[in-house]
Design a protein around this ligand. Structure first.
Ligand code: NAP
Length: 301
């Protein structure tokens, strides 16, 4: 298949490029600011501001793909607050435009569409109730794609992601390692829970979905274990053989930081059914996710 992959330089996009090329697909990928190095797996790399007028239509006309995989986004809550209009263009308008292309669309969304105020897993049909701007934009993006092309679109909501990223600065463990290297202490919540999975695991799900055009609507994917941010940090530290002196962690609770907690969902567990059964894939335990990680070295891609 010829895949039009937006956000090929991102954490998930780069994993998709690599996995799709290895599976024999032709991948035409877009990047925006990370232009220095060809993303491995891409047959062609387009440098493109996807928010520019006419950019999407022109790129799709040139690429003539069979399918679109949308991994481009403003994917951090803080970046959405810093530039709400720019983030809206990426998180809401762009998905809507891609859905209007007439092509099969695999679109990514986030656990942050939920308030996270319960400990039981959220099912795809549960009522979303975002408590921050990023979550509201991701929900609006979901609604835009499903309104435009309900019979051609699948939306996969994802949890906090692990895995080695293309620029080696993007992923959870890479940020922790960079903080520690810079002499900073990680302040991690003991009462905020996430069900991480890896970008490579997401890529495997998306590749399987390429062969399943009948799967449409909203699905969830996540790892097997629901862990506190504090436990995640401690296990990353242990995985890299670091101690308290080189990699300091301070345990904090949501009550210690009420202003931050107000816009951070406390517990985001995702039910991976029906997708796990539909695709015959199993969520990965956290230990197996850790085993895939490598430590970033300066200047390495
Ligand atoms: N990371 C997570 O923990 C997480 C969790 C749940 C859901 N998700 C969702 O999963 C998807 C992928 O996230 P990710 O973490 O892989 O994102 P990411 O690493 O932040 O990558 C974002 C991608 O979007 C591109 N991009 C940003 N602005 C652009 C613009 N104006 N024009 C063209 N391209 C632009 C970036 O290009 P350049 O880098 O080249 O500028 C990059 O390739 C998103 O939908 C996100 O909401 C992510």
């Amino acid at each position: 298949m010829r895949i039009f992959l937006t956000g090929a330089s991102g954490l998930v996009g780069a994993a998709v490029a690599r996995a799709a090329a290895a599976a024999g697909h032709e991948v035409i990928g877009t990047v925006w600011r990370q232009t220095q190095v060809l993303v491995p797996g891409l047959a062609r790399m387009e440098i493109l501001d996807l928010t520019a007028a006419g950019a999407v239509a022109a790129a799709l006309q040139a690429a003539r793909p069979d399918v679109i995989v949308n991994c481009a986004a403003v994917s951090e809550p803080g970046a959405c607050l810093a530039d709400p209009a720019g983030a809206e263009a990426m998180n809401v308008r762009l998905p809507g435009q891609l859905a209007q292309s007439g092509l099969r669309l695999l679109h990514l969304s986030s656990e942050q569409v939920f308030a996270g105020d319960r400990t039981t897993p959220h099912a795809p049909a549960d009522e979303p109730r975002p408590i921050n701007l990023y979550g509201r934009q991701k929900l609006a993006g979901e609604r835009a794609v499903l309104a435009a092309a309900p019979a051609r679109t699948v939306v996969v909501r994802l949890p906090l992601l692990m895995g080695d990223s293309f620029n080696r600065q993007r992923s959870l463990h890479e940020r922790l390692l960079l903080d520690w290297k810079a002499g900073r202490t990680a302040r991690l919540f003991t009462d905020e829970f996430r069900q991480t999975c890896t970008a490579a695991g997401v890529a495997a799900v998306l590749l399987a979905l390429l062969g399943r055009p009948g799967i449409t609507g909203i699905r969830h994917w996540a790892g097997a274990d629901l862990l506190s941010r504090h436990e995640i940090g401690c296990r990353v530290r242990a995985h890299f053989g670091l101690g308290e002196r080189d990699a300091p962690i301070v345990a904090v609770t949501r009550a210690d930081e009420p202003a931050a907690a107000a816009t951070r969902p406390a517990c985001l567990a995702l039910a991976v059914e029906p997708l796990a059964t539909e695709l015959g894939l199993r969520p990965q335990p956290f230990t197996a996710q850790l085993a895939e990680l490598t430590a970033p070295r300066a200047g390495r891609r």
